[in-house]
Design a protein around this ligand. Structure first.
Ligand SMILES: Cc1cc2nc3c(=O)[nH]c(=O)nc-3n(C[C@H](O)[C@H](O)[C@H](O)COP(=O)(O)O)c2cc1C
Length: 265
């Protein structure tokens, strides 16, 4: 867990900004948390803080400003993000930027995407930005932190081991490598579980509708990777962010074909 960075976000409407916060946190291996959960925490210990929310009436959510108001006046790196209904960002970040600068913060970068919005005139056409933020937006969010906070991003294990699909039946492949001097063990190609990070809480194994993950030696292990439907319940329930999915469009088609034959869970 990256303890030098924290992402503080609010997402009151459609969970649009939460998706962005999660994608960024996964790239950085850090916590993403709502303002109310950290109001009593000392934020001076973080090297970088990310602040984000939906845009509500032209600016970020008031709880984000509450946190900023409580920040110590000292030099600290921050970044800003948002999701919005409007096609262009305009001056929506200005309020938060000013508040952070008043506290002596150094703004490393800003990121914004369009998010599903049914407010006001959008309602007439059944909502704007349908399906957004989408996979491409989440990828861009990851790329933003990779570029802005390159030295803080967790190593992409697949870059290291250069393993490619196709996935196979049976026991998952195991990969061991060193990440900044720490030994890391990964299991699985399609559904990859970082067994070094896994705490054995069993949440992923419990939520998986297709029993893709089972516990072996108190560690979550992908045992039926080809049964994975890419629903991502495991990822969403893993506090340690130990699970990743790696697939190409060919693999996704393979999965679709395989599940096409199913008649029930
Ligand atoms: C009360 C309210 C006010 C909003 N005001 C704006 C606005 O001023 N400009 C804009 O571009 N979008 C506005 N939106 C749309 C949201 O910014 C957009 O849907 C955003 O993705 C919501 O993020 P969330 O799902 O994380 O809460 C507003 C939405 C709500 C509910």
């Amino acid at each position: 867990m990256n303890t030098e960075i924290i992402i503080i976000y609010e997402s009151i409407y459609n969970g649009n900004t939460e998706k962005i916060a999660r994608a960024m946190a996964q790239k950085l291996g850090c916590r993403y948390i709502r303002p109310k959960q950290i109001l009593t925490e000392d934020l001076t210990k973080y090297k970088v803080i990310g602040f984000g929310s939906g845009i509500y009436f032209g600016t970020h959510h008031p709880t984000i400003f509450e946190v900023v108001e409580k920040l110590e006046q000292h030099t600290q790196d921050v970044f800003i993000f948002s999701s919005r209904g409007a096609p262009v960002l305009g001056k929506y970040h200005s309020g938060l930027k000013n508040a952070l600068q008043k506290k002596g913060k150094n703004i490393l970068g800003e990121f914004s995407v369009r998010g599903y919005d049914e407010t006001g005139p959008w309602l007439i056409i059944g909502g704007g930005n349908i399906g957004k933020p989408n996979e491409s937006d989440l990828k861009k969010a990851g790329q933003f932190v990779s570029k802005t906070l390159a030295e803080h991003c967790i190593a992409d294990p697949y870059k290291e081991i250069k393993t490619k699909l196709p996935v196979k039946e049976g026991q998952p492949n195991t990969y061991s490598f060193m990440d900044n001097g720490t030994p890391v063990i990964l299991k699985g190609d399609f559904v990859t579980i970082n067994q070094t990070s896994c705490t054995g809480c069993m949440k992923c194994a419990r939520v998986c509708p297709l029993q893709v993950i089972q516990m072996e030696d108190s560690k979550a292990t992908p045992v039926n990777e080809l049964d994975c439907t890419l629903c991502r319940l495991c990822i969403q329930n893993c506090v340690e962010r130990a699970i990743t999915l790696h697939y190409s469009w060919r693999d996704a088609i393979k999965v679709a074909k395989r599940h096409g034959k199913r008649v029930s869970l």
